[in-house]
Design a binder for this molecule. Structure first.
Ligand SMILES: Nc1ncnc2c1ncn2[C@@H]1O[C@H](COP(=O)(O)OP(=O)(O)O)[C@@H](O)[C@H]1O
Ligand SMILES: [Mg+2]
Length: 239
């Protein structure tokens, strides 16, 4: 389980996150929706311990990560798969090398096992035979798939995806959304996705949260959140 309690964060004297309280159950997919600049990425950075809150705390699988040393944080992060907004593959490595990297870093698998694992994980994200391609040779949708493959290659039970549909056309956005949901359920991951894309968030989520100017203003399942009386929430879901 992931639990955020009373979290506040100011950056350069500006309040960015205010009184964030949030729980994500084991195996659940929570989508955090919000406009650009609302605080989604900064919140995800707190969930990974990449930023320290001014107040409040973050508990991941029973461990309060708020005051962990950098070394203990690395151990926690090893168990978190993370899909960066820009995909963030290494441009100078081909797909195989991009995927082998975390395995070489964090496991003692031999070369044969690594190559088998890479083949399997590529199959899981619907790609085949792209091992020798460099990121620039792939379409945006394929790059996202490879990045997603890399995020789950260590069999992490926690998956974070920051704006997985940004920069993709509507069809690719739907595909990657369905893939994230299927993959998350198949691997039984506790998953947090951020997005500004309402329709695809409904496809992915078990539960949704809406963040506005650094505050969570609605949390619930689709029916609950879409029938909110709050004017901003109504406006957000109407567009
Ligand atoms: N490193 C930083 N320095 C200053 N301000 C930042 C920094 N990172 C984020 N912010 C500010 O925090 C707010 C939330 O940003 P962010 O979480 O990236 O929004 P989004 O919801 O689009 O992901 C924005 O106003 C942004 O300008
Ligand atoms: Mg962001």
């Amino acid at each position: 389980m992931i639990k955020v309690s009373g979290l506040y964060k100011a950056i350069n004297g500006q309040d960015i996150l205010q009184d964030i309280n949030l729980e994500v159950e084991d195996g659940e997919i929570l989508v955090i929706l919000g406009q650009s600049g609302a605080g989604k990425s900064v919140l995800l950075q707190h969930l990974m311990g990449l930023r320290k809150p001014d107040k409040g705390n973050v508990v991941i699988s029973g461990v309060d990560i708020t005051n962990l040393s950098e070394r203990d944080l690395l151990r926690v992060r090893k168990n978190i798969g993370y899909l960066f907004q820009e995909g963030a593959l290494y441009d100078f490595m081909d797909v195989y090398e991009n995927l082998a990297f975390p395995l070489e870093e964090h496991t003692d698998l031999n070369e044969g096992q690594i190559s088998q694992r890479i083949k399997n994980v590529l199959q899981t994200v619907g790609l085949e035979g792209v091992e020798g391609k460099y990121p620039v040779e792939l379409s945006g949708g394929m790059r996202k798939r490879v990045a997603l493959a890399r995020a789950v290659i260590l069999n992490s039970k926690i998956l974070f995806c920051d704006e997985p549909t940004s920069g993709l056309d509507p069809i690719r956005s739907r595909d990657i959304s369905d893939l994230i949901r299927n993959l998350s359920k198949q691997l039984q991951c506790t998953t947090v996705v951020t997005s500004h894309d309402v329709a695809n968030s409904f496809r992915i989520a078990d539960r949704l949260a809406l963040i506005h100017e650094g505050r969570l203003i609605a949390v619930g399942i689709q029916g609950e959140i879409a029938s909110s009386k709050d004017p901003f929430v109504r406006q957000f879901f109407k567009n």
